[in-house]
Design a protein. Structure first.
Length: 57
């Protein structure tokens, strides 16, 4: 069973640390393809995490 706290390897953590360390993200938000990919991955992970079958019911 996954830990509900976002860990070091969680997509959320990856996105936040990328944005904090990426010159492109700091200078021109929304122009970095890596950030866009990480954000999409985070959205999918979060939606999938929320909609786990064992949590419903």
């Amino acid at each position: 069973m996954p830990n509900p706290e976002p860990g070091r390897d969680a997509p959320e953590t990856a996105y936040i640390s990328h944005v904090g360390n990426c010159r492109t993200c700091r200078r021109e938000s929304g122009r970095c393809p890596q950030a866009a990919r990480l954000w999409r991955f985070y959205q999918e992970w979060r939606d999938g995490y929320r909609a786990r079958p064992e949590d419903t019911g």
